[in-house]
Design a protein around this ligand. Sequence first.
Ligand code: ZN
Length: 157
Amino acid sequence: MKIRIGQGIDFHRLEKGPDLWLGGVKIPSERGCIAHSDGDVLLHAICDAMLGAAGLRDIGYHFPDTDQAYRNIDSKILLERTCSFIKDKGYSVNNIDCTVCLERPKISPFISQMRQVISEIVGSDPEDISIKATTTEKLGFTGREEGIVALAVVLLV
Ligand SMILES: [Zn+2]
């Protein structure tokens, strides 16, 4: 059995106005991510990790932000398409481990829902989707609530 590991990282600016989408779930928040798509930084990091593991370049290559087709697109669709790319290469997801770095709001009440949503798209057990949250102790752009960072590691088999 061939196993392939991939890592992904994504950043988005936070501003008042847009909805905050994380892991395919809408989170009540004063601020949301500025992006061409819905700005779901966690799903973007997962897509990049999956593409990386399969040697399929990156999310910007497949879904360019200059393409109007992806304007305000639901990132769950991008994850679905990424899953079909890796499936075409004969891979499936073994497990995903992620960290979301933001100061506010607290996302722990939404983590089980995110795991459910992601597991349904990638076709795995929610137990195989790990989502962790951290802050930067008020340091830097995440600490000033100017942005969010998400990191993901994926193992494909
Ligand atoms: Zn992104």
